[in-house]
Design a protein. Structure first.
Length: 514
């Protein structure tokens, strides 16, 4: 693994490990304060920070930039010999143990990545009670979602400049360092750390999709992208709920944030199994690592496909596709972070008890569980483009169902069916949207494009939390009526501007052929 491990950190390994050590010690110095809080009912509100915490924060502030500096490879001028070369495995390439290792590590990374923002729903009641802040607790998810939105844009950009693996590494570093969010006595410090945590969490998703698209054989690329992404999303929510069930009753809500430290270190330890984009290695002159990649993943250098004669027309078509994907992501974010977020409150307003409302949502979610497998099957066997359109159409059907007469929606089977359509549609859409984006863009902009769409898929959470702060929570009917037309437009735009990617090589797609 010598050649592989060298490329993980680059040529400044000493700086990287010094920074990682500083971060680790800094986080550990926060534990005595948390241990003391555990003896006092897990409450830290209003308590002064001890000297160890100040020293720990200083070490983290020094360690993060130090590790980032050590992880970033020195910028080199691209090697012209590789400017016209793509690296892709033939269709006949079987999946081997190296593919399996990459899939396992990146799936774990997505689970850890999704788990962090998913934990917000479980910490909010404890935050509200400990700080006595009522609806102002909504500031926490607001700043966290702002962080994830910013992180999606920033890390996607970094992935296109410095490489996919380095971006995952940097995201893991920030992930581990922001675990101290759970040790902050003041609510304001929680907000700062939660924003930084969101930035780190927002970075993993677009980069993972971009990297998987570049190392998987075309025959397996489609189903792998959807299945890994869907498993990461579902697994992240299950991990968050499981951790809350096990830890929160004994150690309080603060313990849920501390998971970021061991999980971040775990990702750093497993980073040696994460490859780099082969063409990035070629253009940077890292030939030894490139040869190792070719051996392990069956990659073959191929001349890039010839672009179409009408380049201007192809560029215009790509801009239309970008607009369609962004509109679809924005619409999804408003349905997911708006309508579904407000749904429990609406159900209780309709006369259902909190327990019964939770039961209705749980039954609807169980109906939605097979969504990911079905989407992966349709995406890989039938059509990538029309699978995306179909998932949006299912969401649209749920919105139409929400507008049924109130007398019908009081019937549990009807209500469960409507909510199931919404959950199935939103789960399916996000499972397909980002893989489809990653397949449609060339190497030099794939990270930024996927980051743009991933960031757009979170923007709807911002006005939703602002509405909570303002005391405005719309009804299911009102939210569905407002989102019906935008959802329909997004489906039409994808159907009009999208192109088929199933079974096609990235070099062909990159050339802009349709």
């Amino acid at each position: 693994m010598g050649g592989q491990s060298k490329s993980i950190i680059g040529e400044r390994a000493g700086w990287f490990w010094a920074g990682a050590a500083a971060i680790s010690v800094g986080v550990l110095l926060h534990l005595p304060m948390l241990a003391m809080a555990h003896r006092m009912g897990n409450h830290l509100s209003g308590m002064p920070m001890d000297p160890e915490m100040y020293v720990g924060m200083a070490l983290i502030a020094i360690g993060v930039p130090l590790s980032c500096w050590g992880a970033l490879p020195p910028r080199r001028s691209p090697h012209g010999d590789h400017a016209g070369t793509n690296y892709e495995a033939p269709d006949s390439t079987p999946l081997n143990r190296w593919h399996a290792a990459v899939l396992a590590v990146l799936t774990l990374g997505l689970i850890i990545d999704v788990m962090k923002p998913a934990t917000l729903g479980f910490v909010l009641p404890g935050v509200r009670e400990e700080y006595g802040i009522g609806k102002m607790a909504a500031l926490l998810p607001l700043v966290a979602l702002t962080g994830t939105t910013v992180g999606s844009f920033v890390w996607g950009w970094l992935a296109d400049i410095y490489g996919r693996r380095v971006s995952i590494l940097l995201s893991s570093i920030l992930f581990a360092s922001t675990a101290i969010c759970g040790a902050m006595p003041a609510f304001e410090w929680n907000l700062v750390m939660c924003f930084l945590m969101g930035c780190s969490a927002g970075g993993m998703l677009p980069v993972v999709y971009a990297l998987l698209a570049e190392v998987m054989p075309p025959k397996h690329r489609s189903w792998v992208l959807v299945l890994v992404g869907g498993t990461g999303l579902v697994g992240g929510y299950l991990a968050a709920s499981g951790a809350a069930h096990l830890l929160e009753p004994v150690y309080g809500w603060r313990a849920l944030w501390l998971q970021g430290f061991p999980s971040g270190l775990l990702l750093l330890a497993l980073a040696r199994f994460i490859p780099e984009t082969p063409r990035f290695l070629a253009e940077q002159g890292r030939t030894e690592e490139l040869k190792l990649m070719e051996q392990r993943f069956g990659l073959v250098p191929r001349p890039r496909a010839v672009p179409p004669a009408d380049a201007a027309s192809a560029s215009a078509a790509h801009r239309k596709l970008t607009a369609a994907l962004v509109v679809a992501a924005l619409t999804w974010s408003f349905v997911n972070f708006g309508l579904l977020l407000w749904l429990p409150t609406d159900l209780q307003t309709r006369g259902f008890s909190a327990e019964l409302a939770s039961g209705i949502l749980a039954k609807s979610s169980l109906l939605a569980l097979p969504t990911i497998l079905l989407c992966a099957l349709c995406y890989a066997r039938l059509s990538s483009k029309w699978t995306l359109v179909a998932t949006i159409a299912v969401t649209l059907a749920g919105l139409v169902g929400a507008l049924l007469p109130a007398s019908l929606l009081t019937l549990q089977p009807v209500l469960i069916g409507v909510i199931a359509l919404l959950i199935v549609g939103t789960n399916g859409t996000i499972a397909v949207l980002l893989p489809y984006t990653a397949e449609n863009y060339p190497l030099g902009s794939r990270g930024r494009a996927t980051g743009l769409v991933a960031g757009s898929s979170k923007i709807g959470g911002l006005p939703a939390q602002v509405a909570v702060l303002a005391g405005f929570v719309p009804t299911l009917v009102g939210a569905a009526a407002a989102l019906l037309i935008p959802t329909a437009i997004s489906a039409v735009m994808i159907g009009w501007a999208g192109r088929e990617t199933r079974g096609r090589s990235l070099r062909e797609l990159e050339a802009g052929q349709s």
